[in-house]
Design a protein around this ligand. Structure first.
Ligand SMILES: *[C@@H]1O[C@H](CO)[C@@H](O)[C@H](O)[C@H]1NC(C)=O
Length: 309
């Protein structure tokens, strides 16, 4: 009996082995059922479905010269901040050769973000800063510029080739978008889901970008969402003054790409010539704490109003 050659360390593992494998084999008569539930409990399935292995296979074998992806994420204190950073870190943790530059919109680094980053499992850089001019609708242009400056001050693009991507903490990302952007020569572009329509996207003809479809601000030269492009960091050094301008609304993306002095010809369409949506401009509904005071009143010492959530 093959079963008894396996040494079980305790009764529980014997029992679970029996239940998982033996019992199921015994009751399976006839052809294998459609349901694949068995495979989820089998040791073989578990051994072959390590998410890190999947990432490794997806990226092929990472080489020492594999470009690094620098993900710049501006963030600000709000009720849903930790949950959204958690979701983004769960995505980024599956991507090799990635540095996450998190830039807080704050006078000093918050305890919440500091603690969060320490155990997020993604190589990170923690920055912070407040726009001294405090334009009303700055849309984190200042924080993204701090991220760009960090790359200029700390990365040697010859030793460490890479691309920079501006990933807000409330969007949704298919991990394959990182494979798509990794080998960007100058600037790569792709569609973004959910922007006043199902999606907005570059228009591609014969493998070349010929324009942009966007409901909003379509007269902009680069009418593209922040989540829809990545830039080879070499360009940050060739155009040392390139940055986001945010004094006016709606010019962030196009102002930065214009500074890079690129033409449509330089744009590399990704995601199957911009026919696939791999990024979504999702929006989290701000959680309501309307009954906070009532909870304190009702539960007294049991309810901790200072709980970090
Ligand atoms: C994009 O389109 C060009 C020109 O039609 C074609 O050569 C190329 O293979 C396409 N790329 C992908 C990834 O589909």
């Amino acid at each position: 009996m093959r079963l008894f050659r396996i040494t079980f360390t305790n009764q529980k593992s014997f029992l679970s082995f029996f239940l998982d494998v033996k019992l199921k084999t015994m009751i399976q008569v006839g052809p294998a059922p459609e349901c694949r539930c068995d495979s989820y409990t089998s040791a073989t399935y578990r051994a072959n479905h390590n998410p890190y292995d999947i990432a490794l296979k997806r990226n092929a074998a990472p080489q020492p010269d594999t470009p690094t992806i620098f993900v710049v994420t501006p963030t600000y204190t709000r009720n849903s901040q930790k949950s959204e950073l958690t979701m983004l870190s769960n995505t980024l943790r599956n991507v090799y050769f990635l540095t996450w530059i998190v830039v807080e919109d704050s006078q000093s680094k918050s305890d919440l973000v500091t603690r969060f980053l320490k155990h997020c499992g993604v190589p990170y850089v923690h920055l912070n800063g407040i726009d001294p001019l405090r334009y009303t609708k700055t849309k984190a242009g200042y924080q993204r510029n701090l991220g760009i400056q960090w790359i200029r001050d700390n990365v040697n693009p010859i030793k460490t080739p890479g691309v920079v991507y501006f990933a807000d903490d409330d969007n949704s990302y298919d991990v394959r978008i990182f494979d798509e952007m990794r080998n960007t020569k100058n600037v790569s572009v792709w569609p973004v889901g959910f922007r006043g329509a199902k999606y907005q996207a570059p228009m591609v003809e014969n493998g070349k970008v010929v324009g942009f479809m966007s409901f909003y601000g379509s007269s902009r030269k680069f009418a593209i969402d922040m989540a829809g492009f990545a830039v080879n960091i070499r360009l940050l050094f060739e155009r040392p003054k390139a940055r986001f301008y945010y004094q006016q609304q709606g010019i962030l993306e196009t102002s930065f790409l214009t500074c890079l002095k690129i033409s449509y010809d330089d744009l590399e369409p990704k995601a199957s010539n911009c026919t696939e949506v791999l990024v979504w401009h999702t929006r989290t509904k701000e959680p309501s704490f309307a009954f906070e005071a009532k909870m304190v009143q009702k539960y007294g010492k049991w309810y901790n109003p200072d709980m970090e959530v």
